[in-house]
Design a protein around this ligand. Structure first.
Ligand SMILES: Cc1ncc(COP(=O)(O)O)c(C=O)c1O
Length: 390
């Protein structure tokens, strides 16, 4: 067999899936594991969406669709984005993608040439850095700081920008930190982006999972359309991870390129799934808000639990279903601690370094699991830490 491509060496595997594999192996050996590793809602997809998918199947909506998605869904997303962002978005500026992940992939490919730099506030979702490297770009990370609620400093972003910077990728609300970017910080990012003609790629997939009555602040409401690519999707808010459906909002000439990347890889998202997604957007939204309410209760619980563990500390996550405790006081590398917790305490979670080197000293705990599980897992962690570290 001939040798594999050099670019394959740059593609990484999301560590949540590696940890899940390890945990499953331990389970096969008879161990009982509490799962905090995967960022996936533990609720069923709302019923009316499932019904809409069944109806679409019965009606024979089973063929290829246009690469950018069916017009009716592009129209529904355009309406939703226009209304929620207060900006006029046309269906031609919407591409329906195979998950938000395809949106990340396609939009970075659409902009980057080898050597182009991408500024990425980090720790963050690893695909931004991975795809940037894969296409020959250079990720330039800027540390997100706990004391700023994990919102990036405009000054630090500005000083990371060079003549080679093509894009700034932001993620608010953020995985793995649970932080939301402040309006002022997003404004500061656009100040640089507009002056230097840089695109802001804003991943807002957690836009609805936000707590304490806070309202999501979208890049598209602050910046101009010309410098913005907005990413979002159905996976998290509607508990539809396996349906693989997301969206990209971008100026028409960019949207065309994103659709072209999708055409050359997946062709299009699954047809009947797109019809079901119209039902998700049209509502009712009650199930979404019920899930968010439950995440908020879990967030409150885990906040108390984490702060009762010696050596752990955490600011209250403002959004998402991730807790991101600071464990640097324990004086052990995050990856080592995560391994110990899996093998010795039976708790699967991720080291902060799964989200970039800036995540050292942190763990990511997904609380997309029942309160009962949260209590059980946190007790195991507390008992383990007390035994090993005091
Ligand atoms: C920030 C962020 N963006 C995108 C994705 C991928 O979403 P999708 O399942 O729609 O591809 C995830 C999934 O964990 C995520 O955390």
């Amino acid at each position: 067999m001939p040798s594999l491509s050099k670019s394959m060496e740059k593609l990484e595997v999301e560590s949540a899936f590696i940890v899940l594999d390890k945990a499953r192996e331990l389970e096969r050996q008879g161990k009982e594991i509490v799962h905090f590793e995967i960022g996936q809602p533990d609720f069923p997809t709302p019923k009316h969406i499932i019904e809409a998918a069944k109806k679409a199947l019965d009606e024979g909506k089973t063929g290829y669709t246009p690469a950018a998605g069916i017009y009716e869904l592009r129209e529904a997303v355009a309406e939703y984005i226009s209304e929620s962002r207060g900006v006029d978005v046309k269906p031609k500026e919407v591409v329906i993608t195979v998950g938000a992940k395809m949106g990340i992939f396609a939009s970075l490919i659409a902009f980057l040439d080898p050597g182009d730099e991408v500024v990425i506030p980090s720790p963050t979702y690893p695909a931004y850095e991975g795809v940037t490297k894969f296409v020959g770009g250079v990720p330039v990370t800027v540390k997100l700081r706990e004391e700023r609620g994990f919102s990036p400093s405009g000054e630090e972003i500005a000083s990371a920008v060079t003549d080679k910077t093509k894009a700034i990728v932001i993620n608010t609300p953020g995985n793995p930190t649970g932080g939301v970017y402040s309006r002022e910080d997003i404004e500061a990012i656009y100040e640089v982006a507009k002056k230097r003609d840089i695109v802001v790629i804003s991943d807002e997939i957690y836009e609805h999972i936000i707590f304490d009555g806070k309202k999501h602040v979208s890049a598209l409401s602050i910046g101009d359309k010309e410098h913005t690519v907005l990413l979002g999707g159905f996976s998290k808010s509607w508990s539809m991870t396996g349906w693989r459906l997301g969206w990209v909002i971008a100026p028409e000439k960019v949207a065309d390129k994103v659709a072209k990347v999708q055409l050359n890889s997946a062709s299009c998202p699954a047809s009947f799934v797109q019809y079901a997604a119209i039902a998700a957007l049209k509502g009712p939204w009650d199930d979404v808000w019920k899930m968010v309410k439950e995440y908020e209760a879990r967030r409150n619980l885990i906040y108390e639990e984490v702060n009762s563990i010696p050596g752990f500390s955490m600011i209250k996550p403002a959004a998402t279903f991730y807790a991101f405790p600071n464990v640097s006081k324990l004086g052990v590398k995050s990856s080592k601690l995560a391994d110990m917790l899996l093998n010795e305490a039976g708790v699967a979670l991720l080291p902060g370094t799964s989200f970039g080197a800036e995540g050292e000293g942190y763990l990511r705990i997904s609380f997309a699991t029942s309160r009962e599980n949260i209590k059980k897992g946190m007790k195991r962690i507390r008992d383990f830490v007390k035994e090993k570290f005091s």
